[in-house]
Design a protein around this ligand. Structure first.
Ligand code: RB5
Length: 148
């Protein structure tokens, strides 16, 4: 059975997370929702950590993260060893961050992208494979930077 997708959002991304959850439900894909569970104000680093740790621990293969812009939560996620998070609002970047960067966290802004585009980006992110090859060498250099 596929591992559940790790989800997290702050208040700025809460509604988009809920829309993406409905999409995942329609697709029959399992997820774990690490919050937040309302529009009450929270801090995006606090929300990013448990979802990203689930990925690092191997409990999930990928995380979908949301804040107002997608930027803050991507910054938080990229501080966590083993996470390669991208903030995307276009399909080209979303496809290539999987193909070339082996991104394991997709971050989107609830104040930037609508639910239709967000769900389309989720589909691309979940269904695009890493190409490996010369790109693996670059990922290895990212990992070396983390360990510096
Ligand atoms: C919260 O108001 C907002 O700053 C946050 O959701 C996010 O956009 C930060 O990058």
């Amino acid at each position: 059975m596929a591992k559940p997708i790790a989800l997290a959002a702050d208040h700025g991304g809460f509604e988009l997370k809920e829309a993406v959850k409905a999409h995942l439900d329609e697709l029959g894909l399992a997820y774990v929702d690490y919050g937040t569970h309302s529009t009450a104000s929270v801090d995006y680093p606090d929300m990013a950590v448990p979802a990203c740790e689930a990925v690092v621990k191997g409990e999930s293969d990928k995380a979908l993260l949301f804040c107002g812009t997608g930027v803050g939560i991507s910054m938080a996620a990229n501080k966590i060893k083993g996470i390669r998070a991208c903030c995307c609002s276009d399909s080209f970047s979303c496809e290539y961050t999987r193909r070339h960067n082996d991104a394991n966290a997709l971050c989107m802004g609830g104040r930037v992208v609508g639910p239709g585009l967000a769900c389309q980006l989720v589909d691309i992110f979940l269904n695009t494979e890493f190409e490996g090859g010369r790109h693996q060498r670059r990922i290895d250099k990212l990992t070396a930077l983390e360990n510096r």
